[in-house]
Design a protein around this ligand. Structure first.
Ligand code: F6P
Length: 375
C-alpha cells in the first residue's frame, strides 16, 4: 500500500469525545499503514485557508480524556456556500475548488470529517467531487438516526445528572421548585436519561408537549406527600403552550441558525405566578457546561471505536461512507444514504432520531413516578 496522506477536521459544535477519536485514529492509522496526517483548524475553514497542524503520536499525546477539539470547531463554514466579502459586500460563493487545490498541493489523498448533519453534508459533497472521504458522526444530542449512539451524549448525561443531584439539596433546604434547562434541540434524550438518573420529578421533552397545569399538579402532589420541593428538568427545545420552542438567538451562517433557550425561565415565571403563596421558583440553565471538561470513560471508549473503525475503512478503501454503530457493532453506511441526494452545497435536513413517547424509557420514568407534565 502506497504511503497515504490523511487530513482530519472537526466541524459543527464541539462534543466530548472528538479528541478521543483523533487520538485513536492517529495511532490506528500509523500502526496499520505508512502515513502522514494533518488536522485542519476550525473545520472546513482550515481547508480553505490551508491552516493545519501535523497530527502524530507526539502532537496528540494526552488528549484522550479532554473535551473540545484540539483542531477547534466551527459551525458556519460551508465551503460550497461560503460567505466572503467582495468590495465591502458579503456574498455567498462556492470556494470548494480552493480547498481541493490546497489539499492537492499538500498531497492529501484522504479526508476524515468528524461532525453532525451540516459538516457531513459537505463531506458527501467533497466525495462527489472525487475526494476520498470518511465521515464520523458527532452530536451530544444523540439524535442522528443513522447511528445508534454518538459520543458526547454520555458525558452530557453524566454532567446533567450530577447537577440535578446538586440542585436537590438546595431546593429541599428552601422548599423551592427549581427548573433546569438542558440541551437537546429537537430530541429529549439528554433530559430523559439525565432526568431519570438524576431523580427529576418532572421531565419535559420536545416529543411530549407540556402544560404549566401539569407541572403545578405534580408540585401539589409532592406537597401532599410531604415533599415540599420539586426539580423540573426541561429540554431547551421543549414546546411552549403555543407549540413552538423559544428561540434565544440566531447564528448567521450556521445550518441550524436558530438557537433555542429561555424555556426554563419562562416555565419558572409561569409556575411561580400560580404557586407563589407556597413556593419560590428558581431556574438554572446548564448550557455549555454540558459539553465542557473531561470526556466520560464510556464516551472515550465509544470514540476510540469510531476512530479505529475509520482507520480500518481507510485501509480498506471504503470511502464515501460514515462510521456508524449498528446492533452494538461498528459498521458503515454511505453518506448519500445518511444525508440524501440533495443538491451539492445545500445542507441536508435528515429527520432527527427522537424519543418515542410510548417507548420503554418513558414508561420506566412514569412507573418511577416522574411526570411529563402533559397538556
Ligand atoms: O447540537 C448540539 C448542541 O449542543 C445542541 O444541544 C444545542 O442546541 C446547540 O448545540 C448549541 O449550539 P452552540 O454551541 O452554537 O451554542
Amino acid at each position: 500500500m502506497a504511503k497515504k496522506k490523511i487530513a482530519v477536521l472537526t466541524g459543527g459544535g464541539d462534543a466530548p469525545g472528538l479528541n478521543a477519536v483523533i487520538y485513536t485514529l492517529v495511532r490506528a492509522c500509523h500502526s496499520m499503514f505508512d502515513c502522514e496526517m494533518i488536522g485542519y483548524k476550525f473545520g472546513y475553514r482550515g481547508m480553505y485557508l490551508n491552516d493545519f497542524v501535523k497530527l502524530d503520536r507526539a502532537s496528540t499525546t494526552g488528549i484522550l480524556r479532554r473535551g473540545g477539539s484540539i483542531l477547534y470547531n466551527s459551525n458556519k463554514d460551508n465551503l460550497f456556500n461560503y460567505t466572503v466579502v467582495e468590495n465591502g459586500v458579503e456574498v455567498q460563493k462556492d470556494v470548494s475548488d480552493i480547498a481541493i487545490q490546497n489539499m492537492k498541493n499538500e498531497g492529501v489523498d484522504t479526508l476524515v470529517v468528524l461532525g453532525g448533519d451540516g459538516t457531513l453534508t459537505s463531506a458527501r459533497d467533497f466525495y462527489r467531487r472525487g475526494f476520498n472521504v470518511i465521515g464520523v458522526p458527532k452530536t451530544i444530542d444523540n439524535d442522528l438516526p443513522a447511528t445508534e449512539a454518538t459520543f458526547g451524549f454520555d458525558t452530557a448525561v453524566n454532567i446533567v445528572a450530577e447537577n440535578l443531584g446538586r440542585l436537590h439539596t438546595t431546593a429541599e433546604s428552601h422548599h423551592r421548585v427549581i427548573v433546569v434547562e438542558v440541551m437537546g434541540r429537537s430530541a429529549g434524550w439528554i433530559c430523559l436519561h439525565a432526568g431519570i438518573a438524576g431523580s427529576a420529578d418532572v421531565i419535559i421533552i420536545p416529543e411530549i408537549p407540556y402544560s404549566v397545569d401539569g407541572i403545578v399538579k405534580k408540585i401539589a402532589e409532592r406537597d401532599a406527600q410531604g415533599k415540599p420541593f420539586t426539580i423540573v428538568a426541561v429540554t431547551e427545545g421543549a414546546c411552549g403552550e403555543d407549540g413552538k420552542p423559544l428561540v434565544s438567538k440566531f447564528v448567521k451562517g450556521s445550518p441550524d441558525a436558530e438557537r433555542f433557550g429561555g424555556v426554563a425561565k419562562y416555565i419558572a415565571d409561569q409556575v411561580e405566578a400560580r404557586i407563589k403563596d407556597k413556593h419560590e421558583v428558581r431556574h438554572c440553565v446548564l448550557g455549555h457546561i454540558q459539553r465542557g471538561g473531561d470526556t466520560s470513560p464510556a464516551d472515550r471508549i465509544l470514540s476510540a471505536r469510531y476512530g479505529f473503525k475509520a482507520a480500518e475503512m481507510i485501509r480498506d478503501g471504503e470511502f464515501g461512507k460514515m462510521v456508524c454503530l449498528k446492533a452494538g457493532k461498528m459498521d458503515s453506511v454511505t453518506l448519500e444514504e445518511v444525508l440524501g441526494s440533495g443538491e451539492t452545497g445545500e445542507t441536508a435536513k435528515g429527520g432527527a432520531k427522537t424519543v418515542d413517547p410510548n417507548g420503554e424509557l418513558v414508561k420506566v420514568a412514569r412507573a418511577m413516578g416522574i411526570s411529563f407534565a402533559e397538556r
